[in-house]
Design a protein around this ligand. Structure first.
Ligand code: X8Z
Ligand code: ZN
Length: 606
């Protein structure tokens, strides 16, 4: 579920600070009183909370039972909710010069920046925007392809891409899925125009500037921070890229995967080349003992199903002292794809009543990817429940990257062989020789993801700013994918392709930088937790399963929701005040050294 109200708008604070003392005195004289501001905020919270629950229930029905009617109903409530949030965002500006207490000030900031795609208040604009969004969303979620006479959904394709090793068949699946997004090309510019119109009315240069304003700092400073983080990790990514490209070349030969240049995106075992761990078998180090197990095979062998995966995930959180999920979670969640209806299969965690009615919607399959995703989604739910005691406007992640990082942090422990053996998924944990293979497998997910996590919104920021025009949407997409990921499509792209739309978050307008941030935060959380637990060994072998002291401190951070700027929340748990990629470097240090050795004599880069 997309959070409604995300982060503070630093621009507002700067505006106020820029007023001279004299001007401030005059302004204060004519501004509405602090008491009026409080009454306004209280009213907005009540109204938005009621609308939030109504909209969430509608959205749940639509996402778990897609029909023309539920699409229509959901678009209608989306438009109503958008109009209400825009109304309050605009009214909040009336109190820019009122001297209010810090809590009210933060709530006013959140009100002003809480929308993802704000609609203009021009009559009909909110409905137009909701209709375009509904069409894009439905197209993605109901998309199907035909391969060799067989009709396949995206989760079927996902499954096959994991294990298919015939380059022609892989290419056919990849191209077929990307063709599903073609019809989005006409709608996407409409969505951009409508959202920009609304963003401008709220005082933002464009929708990208609004998205970059959610991080308790200047939007430009935020963009610069993400670039700086990337610069810190890019050399490691290039080492990984170089090594994996070499192994793909050894497997497929020069005609399929040349020794130099970009990696063929479809050969990575993932539709978006955002995680490469499904082709670990191709990249496995020669001459080193492997981990001795394959998580997917172990889960299948031990009789796991969707419920057991979910229960196991819950078990990790409760082992840290958190209360079990409520009964309603098990009654109301959708954890497998229903056979008889269309649903939105992309996994998500919901907080339907902003209190205890938390749910997961996921088409779980028994494999290693979904084992991770279960822990990821439950992280959202445990966060939601932890901050349910906050006032409505503070019920959200410290920022959206925090929200994505909670379950990932837990997953870092839950994937360790030590833990998997403890819960009986594997029979024996490998010894220290298997650390490099383990780290390589982890890097093929965590590190391979980083440039993708960054570029999706780089593309959208440029689209929203008008730097990329609709005629160049696809070309610009592949330029960024080549530049950051060093990947290329398996063949020339058709003139009418709209490949960004083949990714859920573009079709659904879910901001994506959050996942890039989460990759950084999760290692900071993990390093801090392992230190708290007194762990002295290699970081990759640390598990905080069962550690109630760590759990208590962690839950305290979660409980603060978005009531304070994220650096304060981060500090409360880690003692660190800033995003810092050194935790990633610490975790993967032995692998990076190993990769450099493996790549000796190769010409790396693309
Ligand atoms: O969308 C997700 C989660 C839901 S918030 C399943 N993720 C991103 C993706 O799938 O692209 C988790 C990792 C990145
Ligand atoms: Zn998530």
């Amino acid at each position: 579920m997309k959070s409604r109200l995300l982060a503070a708008c630093a621009a507002v604070a700067l505006c106020a600070a820029a007023l001279s003392a004299q001007a401030q005195t005059q302004a204060v004289a004519s501004a509405p009183s602090p008491a009026e501001a409080k009454v306004f905020v209280d009213g907005a919270e009540k109204d938005l909370m009621a609308m939030g629950e109504y909209a969430a229930r509608m959205a749940w029905v639509q996402a778990t039972y897609i029909t023309d009617d539920t699409n229509w109903l959901n678009a209608k409530v989306d438009a109503e909710a958008n109009a209400l949030s825009v109304k309050y965002a605009k009214q909040a500006a009336r109190f820019d010069r009122t001297q209010v207490d810090p809590v009210t000030r933060r709530k006013l900031k959140l009100l002003k920046a809480g929308l993802v795609l704000p609609a203009s208040d021009r009559p009909g604009a909110a409905q137009e925007l909701a209709d375009v969004q509904a069409r894009l969303r439905a197209l993605y979620s109901t998309g199907k392809v035909t391969i060799d006479g067989e009709t396949l959904t995206l989760d079927d394709l996902d499954d096959r891409l994991r294990t298919e090793r015939d380059p022609a068949r892989i290419k056919a699946m990849w191209e077929a899925w990307h063709a599903v997004a073609k019809p989005m090309a006409a709608d996407y510019p409409k969505l951009v125009k409508l959202a920009n119109e609304g963003s401008a009315e709220l005082g933002y240069k464009d929708t990208g500037a609004l998205w970059r304003s959610w991080y308790d700092m200047e939007p430009d400073a935020f963009a610069a921070k993400t670039d700086a983080l990337w610069a810190q990790v890019a050399p490691f990514y290039k080492n990984l890229h170089c090594y994996v490209r070499g192994r793909l070349n050894a497997k497929y030969g020069d005609a399929v995967q040349p020794k130099t240049g970009p990696i063929r995106a479809d050969l990575t075992g993932n539709m978006w080349a955002q995680s490469w761990s499904n082709i670990y078998d191709i990249a496995a180090p020669q001459g080193l003992p492997g981990p001795g197990y394959d998580l997917t095979q172990s889960l299948v062998a031990k009789g796991y199903d969707a419920t057991k995966m979910m229960k196991t995930g819950e078990g990790f959180y409760t082992s840290m002292g958190m209360a079990p999920l409520p009964d309603t979670f098990w009654k109301r969640s959708m954890i497998t794809r229903p056979r008889d209806r269309e649903v939105v299969c992309h996994a998500s965690a919901w907080d339907v009543d902003n209190d205890q009615d938390i749910r997961v919607k996921m088409c779980t399959r028994v494999n290693a990817d979904d084992f991770y995703t279960v822990h990821h989604e439950l992280g959202h739910n445990f966060y939601q429940r932890a901050y349910a005691g906050q006032p409505y406007l503070f019920r959200g992640g410290a920022n959206d990257g925090f929200h994505e990082a909670i379950g990932d942090f837990v997953g870092l422990s839950a994937l360790t062989p030590t833990y998997l053996k403890q819960i009986g998924v594997i029979d024996a944990a490998p010894d220290a020789d298997a650390d490099i293979p383990y780290l390589l497998n982890m890097a093929m997910d965590k590190i391979a993801f980083l440039p993708f996590g960054l570029l999706v919104d780089k593309w959208r920021w440029q689209v929203f700013s008008g730097q990329i025009d609709p005629a160049h949407y696809n070309e610009a997409w592949w330029k960024l994918r080549a530049q950051y990921q060093g990947v290329a499509p398996p063949g020339p792209r058709p003139a009418d392709a709209f490949d960004p739309g083949a990714k859920f978050h573009v079709a659904d307008s879910t901001p994506y930088t959050r996942y890039f941030l989460a990759r950084v935060y999760q290692f900071q959380f993990y390093r801090a937790a392992c230190r708290q637990a007194g762990w002295k060994g290699p970081l990759n072998r640390c598990s905080v399963y069962g550690d109630k002291a760590v759990g208590e401190k962690f839950e305290r951070m979660l409980a603060s929701g978005q009531s304070k700027p994220w650096p304060e929340a981060l500090e409360a748990f880690t003692g660190e005040k800033d995003l810092d990629a050194s935790a990633i470097a610490d975790y993967f240090a032995p692998l990076n050294a190993w990769l450099i050795k493996q790549n000796r004599g190769q010409s790396c880069g693309w």
